[in-house]
Design a protein around this ligand. Structure first.
Ligand SMILES: [Zn+2]
Length: 648
């Protein structure tokens, strides 16, 4: 198959060939004249001279080769007088053996529909036995997609490889391969559009006319010049539907982009497996495809769930079975008075058992919840975001949230709260109302011409919300022993929050530092052994966060969620410290400053909970290992939660 007509194209280019044997450079000008020059010294440069041992491709070498050759001397064509060294001419001067043009073509007969791609390079050869004479030839490399109409089978032939058949599971790879950009100049993109229209005829049945229309209109709205991105997507969906017709039901209910994202994100099986399971309805196909995906998300979400992980190290103080007596003894040495903490512990344990499980997996076993979510989501990334809510809530709660709030709002809010201390449902509803109001205020502020009554909130602004006012207020209330139920829990707007906060500051300021800090400090000071260098003298340095204001500043400086734990510090169940990595051999890109959090209860003592760098960035494997060593020496329990899990 002749894909490209080179006759017209080659007239736009000139070609350069270095004849080593005769020590000449040979220029084939597009005017038809051949000009020879004696090689200058730097013409003998090889790829190694130019790049050293770096692995560079042929094209890069050719570009540099050409630039070096033409950098010093003008080279004039004997026929038309063109200067090959001029910038304009250099662009159209092709070094032997580099691809300079490419393009598409189609071929259709009664049995097959082909989409061809070919790329072309000059191949100049000295004539045998005729010194100083040359043949200018062109080598073409081809690849193609073949659709066998009657059998509904699809095949791909890559450069230099035999044709192979592919199925649904190979569609993404194949479409990427046929449209990979190889050469700057691409001719006849028009033929891809013709191809799409012809392929569409085989995709069309009564059921999925909408799908084809939706996709073709995407091209039309681009005035026939849709980018390769859109084209790839369309060919991908057409081939996918050809291989498994029922996929069109997903495209029909959720749109083609949804189907495209879904299939890119999930491992698609071959069409035979889907047929054997007789998956036909959109929801049954969707549920099947996302199973693997849910497993991955589930693992990710549960990486933070301590209940699911074994202890890697258990403090000697937590190991004893007869803990009442033993613990009193051992903690007395540390002067830890845990009587006031006991009550809280009991409450916490009950909570843990019932509420703190992560429920992501429920969704794959529950057709109802899945159906509900499927109906609500607009695109696949929404789905990914919603799954994160299973870190805090169960399926009924999530269905409730989906009924009550716009999907765009929920999808944007989860990233703000994901690393915060667990957020109860009532608290979440208060928070989301404040955040929504914040986004509303920002929308108006940034586009003052809007008519306030018909404002559509720009949820982009949610990303800019931070919890400083919120967390600071919670902490001051705790210190001042204010009951949040009286005012704070009734706050609905961002302005109310800021006002409340500023008022609280006035009260807070009249309280003496001693009163402010005492509760916090007296608890935290029990853990000074974490700072001590007597038993541990390694590269990790710990500085306990000893006052409420230190904690709020830590959250501001580090842009993470540490301050959401303030309440737990004040109620004596959480310890927070700064961690510095003072290693001499610290790689340049590793962070050197972190915030570290420990849970505390009188039954188990201290347990490592999390470590977060700036903006919740994780620690390096190197630091995780040092940290485990540190924790062992300090006799602090830890499990293999996300923040300690090394990649190796
Ligand atoms: Zn010329």
């Amino acid at each position: 198959m002749k894909v490209l007509n080179i006759e017209e194209t080659k007239g736009r280019y000139s070609f350069l060939f270095g004849d080593e044997k005769n020590n000449t450079d040979v220029y084939f000008c597009n005017c038809g004249t051949i000009t020879k020059t004696i090689k200058s010294e730097n013409s003998f440069l090889t790829k190694g001279d130019i790049f050293g041992d770096d692995e560079k491709n042929e094209d890069e070498y050719n570009d540099v080769f050409k630039a070096i050759k033409l950098s010093e001397n003008d080279v004039i064509c004997n026929g038309c007088g063109k200067n090959f060294a001029s910038i304009e001419s250099q662009k159209k001067l092709i070094v032997n053996n580099s691809f300079f043009t490419s393009g598409y073509n189609i071929l259709e007969d009664t049995d097959n529909l082909f989409l061809y791609y070919s790329k072309i390079k000059p191949n100049i050869k000295p004539r045998e036995n005729k010194n100083g004479e040359y043949d200018l030839l062109f080598d073409e490399s081809q690849k193609y997609l073949r659709y066998e109409i009657k059998s509904n089978r699809v095949f791909f032939k890559d450069f230099c490889v035999d044709e192979t058949e592919f199925d649904l599971d190979g569609v993404i790879k194949t479409v990427d391969a046929i449209f990979s950009e190889e050469v700057n100049e691409i001719q006849n993109i028009y033929y891809i559009h013709v191809y799409i229209n012809k392929l569409a005829k085989h995709v069309i049945d009564v059921k999925n006319i909408n799908v084809v229309d939706e996709l073709l209109s995407e091209i039309r709205s681009n005035h026939g010049n849709a980018g390769l991105g859109v084209i790839k997507k369309i060919v991908f969906i057409f081939l996918a539907i050809i291989k498994y017709t029922n996929l069109s039901t997903i495209a029909m209910t959720k749109g083609c982009n949804f189907l495209y994202e879904l299939m890119k994100e999930c491992e698609i099986p071959d069409s035979k497996s889907l047929k054997e399971l007789s998956l036909t309805s959109p929801i049954s196909i969707f549920n099947f495809l996302i199973k693997n995906y849910i497993r991955i998300i589930n693992e990710d979400v549960n990486a933070d769930n301590r209940e699911l992980h074994q202890f890697l190290f258990k403090s000697s103080k937590a190991k004893t079975t007869d803990f009442e007596q033993e613990k009193v003894a051992s903690y007395k040495e540390l002067k830890i008075n845990f009587i006031q903490n006991k009550k809280y512990r009991e409450g916490k344990l009950i909570k843990n058992i019932n509420k703190n499980k992560f429920h992501v997996l429920q969704i794959s076993s529950d057709a109802e919840v899945s159906k509900f979510i499927y109906k609500k989501i607009n695109n696949f990334s929404d789905y990914k975001q919603l799954l994160k809510y299973f870190k805090f809530y169960n399926k009924q709660q999530i269905i409730y949230l989906l009924q009550k709030y716009e999907i765009d709002l929920l999808v944007n809010v989860i990233d703000l709260i994901y690393f915060r201390d667990s957020v109860g449902m009532k608290e979440f509803e208060r928070i989301i109302s404040i955040i929504k109001d914040y986004a509303f205020q920002e929308t108006i502020k940034n586009r003052p011409t809007l008519n306030i009554e018909s404002v559509t909130i720009d949820y982009y602004y949610i990303k800019k919300f931070d919890f400083i006012y919120y967390d600071d207020s919670v902490m001051m209330m705790e210190v001042l022993k204010f009951d949040p139920k009286r005012h704070f829990n009734k706050i609905k707007t961002y302005h109310q929050l800021v006002d409340y906060h500023d008022n609280l500051v006035k009260y807070f300021n009249v309280v003496s530092d001693k009163e402010k800090n005492e509760k916090f400090k007296s608890f935290v000071e029990r853990f000074v052994f974490l700072e001590s260098r007597e038993d541990y003298d390694g590269p990790i340095e710990i500085k306990l966060i000893k006052t409420p204001s230190m904690l709020i500043n830590e959250g501001i400086q580090m842009k993470h969620s540490a301050s959401s734990y303030s309440k737990k510090v004040i109620t004596e169940s959480y310890v927070i410290a700064q961690l510095f990595d003072k290693s001499d051999d610290k790689p340049k890109d590793d962070l050197d400053r972190f915030t570290i959090g420990f849970t505390f209860d009188s039954l188990n003592g201290l347990e490592f909970h999390q470590i977060k760098g700036f903006a919740n960035k994780p620690a390096s494997d190197r630091l995780k290992k040092m940290l485990m060593e540190y924790l062992t020496i300090k006799d602090v329990s830890f499990r293999q939660v996300r923040d300690l899990r090394t990649k190796g």
